[in-house]
Design a protein around this ligand. Sequence first.
Ligand SMILES: O=C(O)C(=O)C[C@H](O)[C@H](O)CO
Length: 341
Amino acid sequence: MRYLTFGEIMLRLKAPGVERFFQSPVLEATFGGGEANVAVSLANYGCDVSYITVLPDNPIADACIAELRRFGVCTRLIKRGPGRMGIYFLEGGANQLPSKVVYDRAYSAIAMAKPGDINWDEAMDGIDWFHITGITPAISEGAMALSLESVKTAKSKGITVSCDLNFRKNLWKYGKSAPEVMTEIAKYVDVAIANEEDVQKSLGINIDVDVESGKLDTDKYRILSDEVLKAYPNMKMIAITLRESKSADINGWAACLNDREKFYISRRYEINDIIDRVGGGDAFAGGLIYGLTHYDDKQKALEFAVAASCLKHSIPGDFNRVTLKDVENLAKGDASGRVQR
Ligand SMILES: O=C(O)C(=O)C[C@H](O)[C@H](O)CO
């Protein structure tokens, strides 16, 4: 089984710990991006995964590619092109203080790319599973057109397409709205991944989901996922992550999966001391893709995804630095967090 993910990877500059920007004159430099994060998760589980993007030809981008390779992600398809490397600045937040992301990614190499710049036939040769997100089509007209081209090509080749809808309200500045584009992309998606806000803001499907209520209302998520599947007859399934919180402090973390035949709901984790929430959704997507391609049992796949994502909340950085065993142990029920000797 061979996987390919496509999107933008950025330099991530984070204020240390829970400090505000420039509280101390330091920013921690790592790399991250939704689709690269998924590729790293899959590589950590031992999968054969490639990541494709466009990066400038400079030493910072070289370091980024080397970092992906360190995890075992195949970077052979990454193109170098005009433009810069995108940056995102991050304040961690804590308790009621939300984490804050500032994007500085205009004119990045991938934002400057246009349809035809990536040879999808070559990139998708031998690929079984293709993953994108709603972030790439939000960054520029060209990246949107490339995203559409990618899912159409994948579909025509019989490759399974997953898409994390990932609505980012501070992107979508080039003249198209999220629903205008994402409702088109969704027609080519086999496995959709979302939270309730993504479904509402990217697909324009609104039902009365009370996210502020402080408890998981599974019937509402069943209805919401049914509505999406009704609107997209080609979609095989949708997974929705359920974050139960009134503040930046998560109380409960779970997910559901609707495959048209059955509605699955995962166990619920309490995560009260969040080390880094960025990449939690990508860890879920990576776990779900792994689970769906390695287990016959969709409940098991969902439990694996939620366990992977739960662990990510305790790991600094975008990447989910876990092993297959770490996730399997938690998914099997070892949530004690005790010292392992
Ligand atoms: O928000 C984005 O565009 C990013 O890719 C930054 C983070 O890596 C991403 O939000 C994690 O899902």
